[in-house]
Design a protein around this ligand. Structure first.
Ligand SMILES: Cc1ncc(COP(=O)(O)O)c(C=O)c1O
Length: 353
């Protein structure tokens, strides 16, 4: 008899093949314009036929990354094809069939998707009406029946963050209950509490990070998991052979190696975001802007309609969201360089009035 895994049959996935290239993309928290063309050309000029023909060599890049992160060595890092892949492996390795995965809600959709994929039970910890997540609520929800707790710092979509003191309490409770913690740091640099020490000093604590956001390499798919060597070995076992590509590593290394490049990316991002928030507020929009490269905007007219018109009239993609305090259905907009934010503001003035 043929067999089909029931979890997969029942799984709800969005397989997005929309053409987004002709638009200004402010819908998925990428860098809407990307790195400078000169930088892209410079890195590509070093892409040789051999580099493309051979399976990727991960060691030199992983060593550079370990040095950059201040880690002891490559044993603390598993490279993955986008950090979303790393999340999947941690869930697969560290939760049991039917086990419970605890995560704040709303949050990144893939925690729930992976829970369903592997037949785990996803347990959301909801934000309150003012979009606050008290650490006490997370701690209360933890008990020895839970296999994994996922916390994001900052959280997407809410953008809230935890302090070291709060994370100390979360880690202490997790130890007591023997819960593996996954700290998701896609938006690191937009809130630079690295929390790296938790993954280095404790077993069963993993951090995932990505080159998709500030580093602007979402199209190349590169992320990593950090943890103690024994845990990283388990995550590595799940990886498909040669799971990260050579060109992605070349770009990532070039960014790490280029003097001042990361600081420049951060300051451009912060400048653009501040400009956007100021202009929106000056022009009468309510904004929820916490940490991260995105803000929420309460539209003056129907948010779904604004989203459609931004797409058709201004060629700008944004996302609608609900569940952000009392904003009702609102817009989530990725932030980036100031000149792109200017285009967005101009379009909003025309469309949402
Ligand atoms: C919280 C969170 N995790 C993961 C991702 C995806 O990251 P990656 O491109 O590294 O797979 C995103 C992207 O929007 C995200 O917001």
């Amino acid at each position: 008899m043929y067999y089909l895994n029931e979890n997969i049959e029942n799984l709800n996935r969005i397989f997005d093949q929309n053409l987004r290239e002709p638009y200004i993309r402010m819908d998925l928290n990428e860098n809407p314009v990307g790195l400078s063309e000169d930088f892209i050309k410079e890195v590509l000029s070093d892409v040789t036929p051999q580099l493309v023909a051979q399976y990727p060599e991960t060691l030199p890049f992983t060593e550079r990354l370990a040095e950059f992160l201040g880690l002891d060595g490559v044993e603390n890092i598993c490279l993955v094809n986008g950090s979303a892949e790393g999340v999947r492996y941690v869930i697969e390795a560290y939760s049991r069939p039917g086990g419970k995965i605890l995560a704040v809600d709303p949050s990144y959709a893939m925690y729930r998707v992976y829970s369903n994929m592997y037949g785990r039970e996803f347990i959301p910890i909801p934000y309150d009406d003012n979009l606050q997540m008290s650490v006490d609520r997370i701690i209360e929800a933890m008990n020895p029946d839970i296999d994994i707790l996922v916390v994001l710092n900052p959280n997407n979509p809410v953008g809230d963050v935890y302090s070291y003191e709060e994370m100390d309490r979360i880690v202490a409770k997790a130890k007591e209950c023997e819960i593996t913690i996954l700290i998701y740091k896609a938006y690191f640099y937009f809130y630079p509490n690295s929390f790296m020490k938790y993954a280095v000093e404790n077993d069963h604590v993993f951090i995932t990070r990505t080159f998709s956001k500030l580093f602007s390499l979402a199209g190349l798919r590169l992320g990593y998991v950090v943890g103690q060597p024994e845990g990283i070995e388990m995550v590595q076992k799940l990886c498909t052979p040669h799971n990260v590509n050579a060109i992605a590593m070349k770009f990532a290394k070039a960014i790490l190696d280029k003097d001042g490049m990361i600081d420049e990316l951060v300051s451009k991002q912060l400048e653009g975001k501040q400009f956007l928030v100021d202009e929106l507020q000056k022009n009468g929009w309510e904004v929820n802007a916490k940490e991260g490269n995105f803000v929420f905007i309460k539209t003056k007219t129907d948010a779904e309609e604004v989203m459609k018109r931004l797409k058709s009239e201004a060629k700008i993609l944004v996302k609608t969201y609900s569940g952000i305090g009392d904003f009702g259905v609102c817009l989530r907009v990725s932030t980036g360089e100031k000149y792109v934010m200017e285009k967005f503001i101009e379009a909003m003035k025309e469309i949402d009035c």
